[in-house]
Design a protein around this ligand. Structure first.
Ligand code: LIP
Length: 289
């Protein structure tokens, strides 16, 4: 990795994300124009595909020897390798995009040796840019360091604002693990629950991770999403002092493509709150690499 100019790659990724953002903002999504993939809630639009083409074409022209993995061109069985790889979700929050809800971002990450090293998450509707290079800190709009204020100690799960996502799987074991765990997180301590301050489902993994990085959320927990949803936000999270572990209890070192993610903001009490949360997970997710 020593021979890679991460700063130059980061700057180029930002310029591409901003171009992609112009395309997204000028597009006119309609529910009629949307297609779906796995089921009727796994939406995709023509804009998702066009923006991925724009991003991958630019990256391949500039960095022909690096690999590219994107949501819209992924084929089952494509494995992430240790080679330098751009990992891209052209529109993270497609359902929001279709419904004209502005919680939408371009999630553009770069991984080397299976480790996320550059993260760019750009919301073109609010012109909000989160970015990070491994070892160099995380920033909002390239000027404010994350987290936005010093991280207060985490005083247990009952002090936390928690982001979760329903995702697009709506039946089976993993749907049950999610919905039962949501109930446990919300329930009172007397009933064996976590009594969290609140549960939020905003609809975009990348911005959720940036929310944890900036301190607006304490925790984000999800299974079923993909490497392109989390690679970019992962660097931003960890550079801001946050930690990423497995959504299933026990694994402190998940892979980027693990498909089960649990992010906790920086601050004293981080490991304790991870253990506390894991003790409330009702079952185990089957989804994985
Ligand atoms: C979305 C993720 C979200 C998940 C959704 C979907 P998309 O990505 O960001 O966390 O719950 O099911 O995978 O499809 O909008 O790029």
């Amino acid at each position: 990795m020593a021979d890679l100019n991460l700063q130059e790659i980061h700057d180029f990724m930002i310029s591409i994300a901003k171009q992609a953002g112009e395309r997204i903002v000028s597009a006119k999504p309609t529910t009629e124009a949307a297609g779906s993939k796995k089921n009727s809630v796994d939406l995709v639009t023509e804009t998702d595909r066009a923006v991925e083409t724009l991003i991958s074409t630019s990256l391949r022209e500039r960095y022909p020897t690096y690999s590219f993995m994107g949501e819209e061109t992924y084929k089952p069985g494509n494995r992430l390798t240790p080679a330098p790889t751009f990992i891209c979700d052209p529109i993270d929050g497609t359902t929001n995009f279709v419904h004209r809800n502005p919680y939408v971002s371009i999630s553009l990450g770069f991984a080397v040796d299976l480790e996320p090293v550059i993260g760019i998450v750009y919301n073109p509707f609010t012109a909000t840019l989160y970015s990070a290079i491994k070892g160099q800190g995380a920033y909002l709009n390239q000027e404010q360091k994350l987290p936005l204020s010093p991280s207060a100690p985490i005083e247990g799960l009952s002090s936390c604002l928690v982001a979760v996502e329903w995702g697009s799987d709506r039946s089976g074991n993993d749907f049950k693990v999610k919905s039962e765990t949501f109930k446990r997180l919300a329930a009172t301590k007397e009933n064996g629950g976590g009594m969290v301050h609140g549960l939020r489902s905003f609809g975009g993994a990348a911005l959720n991770l940036c929310g944890v990085a900036s301190g607006a959320l304490d925790i984000y927990w999800e299974a079923g999403c993909w490497a392109w949803d989390v690679c970019a936000g992962w660097v931003i999270l960890t550079e801001a002092g946050g930690k990423m572990v497995d959504a299933n209890p026990g694994n402190w070192n998940p892979r980027i493509d693990e498909r089960r993610y649990f992010a906790v903001r920086g601050g004293e009490g981080q490991e304790e709150v991870i253990e506390e949360f894991w003790s409330l997970v009702d079952g185990a997710f089957e989804v994985g690499i």
